[in-house]
Design a protein around this ligand. Structure first.
Ligand SMILES: Cc1cc2nc3c(=O)[nH]c(=O)nc-3n(C[C@H](O)[C@H](O)[C@H](O)COP(=O)(O)O)c2cc1C
Ligand SMILES: [Fe+2]
Ligand SMILES: [Fe+2]
Length: 395
């Protein structure tokens, strides 16, 4: 299946409706995904990226219906990750002499993963290749967005930015153009992708956007490697990224809790009541972290200005789900957010101080020393929870 993008540029990727998990079990893909690859047929015939390993055979067979593989002049690998390079070994098996244009870091990542003795041609920011008919490809390194090897490729004349993972989202759509997608679903998948994958690199994202805008390249289309191709007002997603990259937050407070015997859950509900009493317009979400998709949890944290994390003390520590989320929070390195801890305990009560220390390590500003409740909360303890909510609502 091939989809025309513009003039001599064709989408030759794979729509994966079945994908439910990505990066092992680390990222949920409720709405599937696409692996976008593109064929440019000018005087030179160029392939941009490939697809994930399970679709390698299918991809190259499909590509052959569009072009004789011997007529390909080179391939551009914008990123070495397997969801885009997975079909490279199959392609190279059939065209062993095909030159691969990529960053120096991508030579390392591709060799490190496939151990292929292929013809690499290293490019860096500003390098360009004439592909005939007055058009050329210009490369822009996108170091750490989100791997050291990442880059974007710009096609002059057609004004298409092949941005790879940047501006993408895991979203299967039959006709992958932004104007044809359900806008709410599209937005939800974009912000989830940013929150879960790009948050640690926000400073780099902000700088890179400024750098690319300063080049004054006309951008008619942003052709990403997952989800939709941005052709209707493509800079809308750049503006979103610019906002998300600057320590994004809404007027939202999110309570994340786990519980064994409902005490910590009752604390969460009472804290939420206190916030409502004090600031009725603040968006408050109360989430059982053991029963909620972890990436959806992270997206809610991304939108929050303050989070509260609650766990009962178990085995002198916190529950499994609480530790999992705290580890994610630490790795994502959120900035400009406040946090506090809460939870029930029976005797030693290590839970709350442990969560507080972990939140601090993760870069959150501690808004309150937190609240531990001995056994199940009584009327007084619940009132203390409401008071904490009222206080933190205005933190
Ligand atoms: C398996 C298990 C281990 C526990 N370990 C501890 C502990 O090490 N220290 C402590 O203070 N309380 C411990 N507790 C007691 C709980 O923290 C206490 O029952 C608390 O009220 C439970 O809160 P919850 O209703 O939110 O589950 C443990 C309880 C269970 C079931
Ligand atoms: Fe990637
Ligand atoms: Fe990707």
């Amino acid at each position: 299946m091939h989809i025309p993008v513009k003039n001599n540029v064709t989408w030759v990727g794979k729509i994966d409706w079945e994908l439910k998990r990505f990066h092992g079990e680390e990222y949920s893909t409720h709405r599937g995904s696409t692996y976008n690859a593109y064929l440019i047929k000018e005087e030179k015939n160029v392939l941009i990226d490939t697809v994930w390993i399970p679709y390698a055979q299918e991809f190259v067979d499909n590509l052959e219906t569009e072009i004789d593989l011997n007529d390909l002049d080179f391939i551009v690998m914008n990123h070495g990750e397997i969801d885009h390079s997975g079909a490279l070994p199959e392609l190279m098996r059939r065209r062993p002499d095909l030159p691969i244009y990529c960053t120096a870091a991508a030579v390392k990542s591709l060799k490190g993963q496939y151990h292929g003795d292929w013809e690499f041609r290293t490019v860096k920011t500003g390098d360009s290749i004439d592909i005939g008919n007055g058009k050329s490809l210009v490369f822009v390194e996108m170091k750490m967005l989100h791997w050291p090897d990442s880059m974007a490729t710009y096609l002059t004349g057609d004004n298409i930015l092949f941005s790879n993972d940047a501006f993408g989202q895991h979203y299967a759509v039959n006709h992958p153009f932004n104007d044809l997608a359900n806008q709410e679903e599209l937005y939800a998948e974009c912000i989830k992708y940013y929150a879960n994958i790009l948050t640690p690199f926000s400073a780099l994202v902000a700088r890179k956007i400024d750098e690319v805008l300063a080049l004054n390249l006309p951008i008619d289309i942003i052709a990403t490697s997952h989800g939709v191709i941005w052709r209707d007002n493509p800079t809308q997603i750049v503006e979103k990224y610019a906002a998300w990259a600057r320590d994004y937050q809404e007027d939202q407070i999110t309570l994340l809790y786990d519980t064994m015997w409902e005490g910590t859950r009752r604390m969460a509900d009472a804290i939420a009541e206190g916030i409502r009493d004090s600031r009725p317009n603040t968006m408050v979400k109360v989430i059982n972290i053991a029963r909620t998709d972890k990436n959806d949890v992270i997206t809610e944290v991304f939108k929050s200005r303050l989070i509260l994390v609650g766990s009962p003390t178990i085995g002198k520590g916190v529950t499994n789900a609480t530790a999992g989320i705290l580890e994610m929070l630490e790795c994502l390195r959120f900035k400009n957010k406040k946090a506090a801890a809460f939870g029930c305990y029976g005797w030693s009560g290590e839970g709350v101080p442990r969560i507080r220390a972990w939140l601090e390590r993760a870069g959150f500003a501690i808004a309150d020393e937190g609240l531990g409740v001995l056994w199940n909360p009584d009327i007084d303890a619940l009132e203390n929870c409401r008071a904490l909510g009222r206080k933190l609502a205005n933190a």
